[in-house]
Design a binder for this molecule. Structure first.
Ligand code: FPP
Ligand code: MG
Length: 335
């Protein structure tokens, strides 16, 4: 169902890949049980993106973070399912907001069932996530509530800066920290919390997840420009055309060789036709991407620095390895 294998993980921690896959398998079964409902349309729509695939990064982080406490703790399965459900809910809504056509290699839910059903399915998924997490106690519920508030704030900040070619790098990072990194941070903290890790480890785990999430979103934005969307199961090249100006655009506008030309191309709204072609050429030029790649490396370095502070020395290299994988996917690995 998922394509969640982490290549190279076994070389770092023998046996971990197999145990992670077992836990993810249990999580998938738990998640499907949590979606039980009598209305076939709602059932079909709610399992749709989950069954379409996905890397299961966030639940994997929950289970890996569980190694800071008792990794066999059963509650980790529920916590991981709640996190994945929250993530899925956000994708249904995000695709409506972005007008995305494709997600996980299949038509976006609103393309298949219409906007109303897609939004309500997102609400339903989040309701079921809330039900799962309620059974895990006050602290886990607070964590999800705080995180979803951050997701919404990030999205609102993004929506209100739509088409704004003057958006600053700082404002962009505020969006990224909330809309994406917060859930990575919460996944790691959830694993620490439910496994009984120390408070200090929970702090380091969350900070690690936040930095990893920033690196992940930056790499996503780079891949959109580099044209690797099909590989990710979504259309690429859509951010610039859609008026979502991400870091490579911000850098090209601030420091690029063709900043004046790019600024003129974006002056009357998101570019189309020949203007779009030229804007893509400018933003996709190697020199425009270098700045974003260096920010990915900085976020990866921060994540690794946090991982190095975790109390269980054996698991820290696994977290560092994951951070390198994120850098590698957008070719931002340290030379
Ligand atoms: C990805 O942004 C960001 C998200 C998927 C977060 C979306 C959050 C909400 C819609 C808030 C509501 C949340 C819930 C739980 C109902 P992106 O568009 O840059 O990434 P993409 O390329 O994968 O679409
Ligand atoms: Mg989107």
């Amino acid at each position: 169902m998922s394509d969640s294998k982490i290549p190279g993980l076994d070389a770092i921690a023998p046996g971990l890949e197999a145990s992670l896959r077992r836990r993810l398998h249990d999580m998938e079964a738990r998640l499907e049980r949590a979606l039980a409902c009598d209305l076939s349309l709602l059932l079909d729509a709610s399992v749709y993106l989950f069954q379409a695939g996905g890397k299961r990064i966030r639940p994997s982080l929950v289970f890996l973070a569980g190694h800071l406490g008792n990794p066999a703790e059963e509650a980790l399965t529920e916590g991981a399912a709640a996190i994945e459900l929250t993530h899925l809910a956000s994708l249904y809504h995000d695709d409506v907001i972005d007008g995305a056509r494709l997600r996980r290699g299949v038509p976006a839910a609103h393309e298949k069932w219409g906007v109303k059903t897609a939004i309500l399915t997102g609400d339903f998924l989040f309701a079921r996530a809330t039900g799962l997490v309620a059974a895990l106690g006050r602290e886990a519920s607070d964590l999800i509530a705080r995180t979803v508030s951050q997701l919404c704030e990030g999205q609102i900040r993004e929506v209100t800066s739509w088409g704004d070619a003057t958006i600053s790098e700082a404002a962009y990072f505020e969006i990224v920290r909330r809309k994406t990194a917060s859930l990575f941070g919460a996944s790691c903290r959830m694993g620490g919390l439910l496994s009984g890790a120390s408070r200090q480890d929970q702090e380091h785990l969350e900070a690690y997840g936040l930095a990893l999430g920033v690196a992940f979103q930056l790499s996503d934005d780079l891949l959109d420009i580099q044209g690797n969307g099909t590989w990710l199961g979504k259309n690429s090249g859509v951010d610039l055309a859609g008026g979502w100006y991400t870091l490579p655009v911000i850098h090209a506008l601030a420091h690029g060789k063709w900043k004046g030309e790019l600024s003129a191309l974006l002056a009357s709204g998101p570019p189309q036709g020949e203007s779009l072609r030229r804007a893509r050429e400018i933003v996709g030029a190697e020199e425009s991407l270098l700045g974003t790649q260096s920010r990915v490396r900085a976020a990866v370095a921060e994540a690794k620095e946090r991982a190095a502070r975790l109390s269980r020395r054996q698991i820290a290299p696994v977290f560092a390895f994951l951070a390198d994988l994120v850098a590698g996917r957008c070719k931002a690995a340290a030379p």
